[in-house]
Structure formats: structure tokens, C-alpha cells
Design a protein around this ligand. Structure first.
Ligand code: PLP
Length: 391
């Protein structure tokens, strides 16, 4: 007799993770973290200036291939400033996926703009570009180099692709769409450090990209984020806005506009430098963990493991099980059974248009995002679970 899907999933996750209790994503500190932190304390450079901030920015740019990186306090701040330097103005609309972490929509709201929610596709969980093109073709108007929402009359200024759980969005199609509709692309690459699309690192393909180094991300600085861009003027503007718009001077405190204190402390950057050294190892482990899940889930019907999109490299930040439509009702029983067994699984975020704060925002039809929201289960994804010494 075959066992139920619930039992099969518990057994498969248990097999892939070695059965021990497994958090969703635990950080790992196996390198120079302590040495670099001690250096901060010994030199007293713990705060808003220090050599690790410059080094972290330089190494991030090198690793991602971006011409410039600006380190900030968290990924939300990076997105906020990314939208501002991309030209988002109060009263604009910004296209963001309905299926994302709330920070994506919050950053738009922080910019006094209005999120306009977009549907996702089943293959990579990112923006469904063809559906968005059809929607804009009938609902937006191109006028004077702008994209205008016919219904609200507002300018649709930008689009924010989010590389869900580390899987890159179909960016070539999105670049064409953005060009056709005069939209700036701000990539939310918070989840996709180490992921690339046709050989280019995510976050470096749009006008601006943003990263997060929160504790549950692929590498962590405690809290932190960064902007990536190839545009020197945008990078300078981002640095200025995130450092209180202070004019350089040997002793004067003169600030030329209202700005933010978003700079990453040297302590956090020190952690970031040590973590970045281990990124290739973490990525190899996360890929190995994916292979273990693939083996464990082979032959199980009613659910599939999310794989790497064609022509892309995924960082496999969070391993993802996608239930078939017919098995969607088993999501909660599977979540309960795995968590009861000490295996930390989680559903996807509540879609943005279902949150009170964003209920009245404009949106395209969202059938796929709504369906995905009911069918996604994230599996234990810590890099250590894919370590060579692990079972
Ligand atoms: C983590 C994350 C962010 C940024 O989060 P912070 O906690 O502010 O660093 C933004 N967008 C997405 C999709 C994320 O997963």
C-alpha cells in the first residue's frame, strides 16, 4: 500500500536532511568572522566609518560584476533608495509581484509611491512577463516617454522583479518590456546572491539591484543590504542619500537635502567580508542539498521540487516544494506534520493584495500568484545540511 503524500513528504525531508531537527535557514560562521570583528574592536572602528565598509563594497562589486556597490543597513533600505535613485516620485505607481516578501511593497510605500501588483509564473515564481505585457498593453498608455495607468492617471515609473527563493526571473523578456513601456528596472535580488541569469549576476541587469544580508539570507551581516549598479552617477547619488547627504568637508556639517542614515556599520561589514569569503562553499552546499532533496522526492506524485530555470544559475536560497493543484489542501497537514517532526517548513508569504495595508492598491488579475500562495512549501535549507560531512 502506498503511504499518503503527507507521510511521504515527512519521510523525504527527513531523509534529505539526515533527520535531525532542522531550522529553515541557519547562518553559518566558519571563517574569519571573529578575527575581523576583533579587528573592529581593537581599532575602535565599530560604527559608521571603517575599512571593512569600503572593502565589503569593493568585494561585493567584484563578486557580482557590478561596477558599484553601496552597503546599507538592510535590504529594505537598499530597495527604498534604489527606487528613489531610479526616479520614483511621490504619487507614481511601481509594478511589484503580489507574491513577495512585504519589504518589496513597503519600500514602494516608503517612497510615497503606490505598489501595483503583478502576477507570477509557475516556472520560476517570478513576474509573468508575457501576462504583464498583455495587461499593460490594454491598461496603460505610452505618452511623452512615460507609461500612464489609464484607470488612475498615475505614472507607472518602474518595475521590481524579485528573484524568488534565488531563482532568476526571465530578465531578457523583462528588459524588452521595460524598454517598450518606459519603465526603470529595480531588481529585488535580496534572495539571490550567487544567482545569475545567462552569465550575469542577478541585481546587475536592471538599472539598480538590491541585496539583503539579513540573518536568514545566503550570507549575513546580522542586518544589512546593498545597492548594485553600473551607473557611476546613480551610485554616487545612492551613497549621498544613504549617508545623510553630508557635503564632504574637513570639519563642517553641511547637508544639502533631506536624506537617510542608512549606512552599514563597520562591525556588520566585517561580518560581511568574512561571510563573502565562504559564499562559494555555501553555494556548493546548497546545491548539494538540492540534489539530496531531488533524490528524496524522486517518484513522489502530487508535488515537485523547484529546480533551476533554463540558462540560469540559482543559489537555491530556500528549497521549495510545489504541491499540485489537486494536493493543495494537503499544504497545512504537511506543514503540521513536518514541524511536529522538528523539520521547519514554512508556507509562502500571504500575497500582498490580501494585506490590509495594500488591499486597495491597483493590480492585474493574479490567478497564478493566488494559486502558488496556497501550494508553496519551503523546506529546511541551511547550507550545513548540504555539507560534505553531513549524512
Ligand atoms: C529579505 C528580503 C528583503 C529585504 O529584507 P531586509 O530584512 O530588510 O534585509 C527584501 N525583499 C525580499 C524579497 C526579501 O526576501
Amino acid at each position: 500500500m502506498t503511504s499518503s503524500l503527507v507521510e511521504q513528504v515527512v519521510a523525504a525531508v527527513s531523509r534529505a536532511t539526515g533527520g535531525a531537527s532542522a531550522p529553515l535557514h541557519a547562518p553559518r560562521f566558519g571563517g574569519n568572522e571573529l578575527a575581523y570583528l576583533k579587528e573592529c574592536l581593537d581599532t575602535t572602528f565599530v560604527s559608521s566609518v571603517g575599512p571593512f565598509v569600503d572593502r565589503f563594497e569593493r568585494e561585493l562589486a567584484e563578486y557580482t560584476g557590478a561596477k558599484h556597490a553601496v552597503a546599507v543597513v538592510n535590504g529594505t533600505a537598499a530597495l527604498h533608495v534604489g527606487l528613489l535613485v531610479a526616479g520614483v516620485k511621490p504619487g507614481d505607481e511601481v509594478l511589484v509581484p503580489a507574491l513577495t516578501f512585504v519589504a518589496t511593497a513597503n519600500a514602494v510605500a516608503h517612497s510615497n509611491a503606490v505598489p501595483h501588483f503583478v502576477d507570477s509564473c509557475e516556472s520560476n515564481l517570478g513576474i509573468d512577463v508575457p501576462a504583464l505585457r498583455d495587461y499593460l498593453t490594454s491598461n496603460a498608455e505610452r505618452r511623452d516617454g512615460l507609461c500612464i495607468n489609464r484607470k488612475t492617471g498615475r505614472v507607472i515609473r518602474a518595475v521590481v522583479p524579485m528573484h524568488t527563493f534565488g531563482h532568476p526571473v526571465e530578465l531578457d523578456d523583462l528588459l524588452r518590456l521595460a524598454q517598450d513601456f518606459n519603465l526603470a528596472i529595480v531588481e529585488d535580488a535580496a534572495e539571490s546572491l550567487g544567482s545569475s541569469y545567462r552569465g550575469r549576476h542577478t541585481g546587475t541587469i536592471g538599472l539598480v539591484g538590491t541585496l539583503s544580508f539579513n540573518g536568514n539570507k545566503t550570507i549575513t551581516t546580522g542586518g544589512g543590504g546593498a545597492l548594485l549598479t553600473n551607473d557611476a552617477d546613480l551610485a554616487r547619488r545612492a551613497k549621498h542619500l544613504t549617508t545623510t547627504a553630508k557635503l564632504p568637508h574637513r570639519w563642517e556639517f553641511r547637508h544639502d537635502e533631506v536624506a537617510f542614515n542608512y549606512r552599514l556599520p563597520n562591525l556588520n561589514a566585517a561580518l560581511g567580508c568574512a561571510q563573502l569569503e565562504q559564499l562559494p562553499l555555501f553555494l556548493a552546499e546548497k546545491r548539494r542539498l538540492y540534489e539530496k532533496y531531488r533524490e528524496a522526492f524522486a517518484g513522489i506524485e502530487g508535488a515537485r521540487l523547484l529546480g533551476e530555470p533554463a540558462d540560469c544559475v540559482s543559489n537555491f536560497w530556500l528549497q521549495t516544494l510545489l504541491l499540485d493543484e489537486a494536493s493543495a489542501s494537503l499544504r497545512d497537514p504537511i506543514l503540521a506534520a513536518t514541524n511536529d517532526a522538528g523539520l521547519m517548513t514554512r508556507p509562502a508569504w500571504a500575497a500582498m493584495h490580501t494585506l490590509a495595508a495594500y488591499r486597495d492598491c491597483p493590480r492585474m488579475p493574479l490567478p497564478v500568484a493566488e494559486s502558488l500562495e496556497r501550494r508553496i512549501i519551503n523546506l529546511p535549507s541551511s547550507p550545513i545540511l548540504g555539507a560534505e560531512i553531513a549524512a
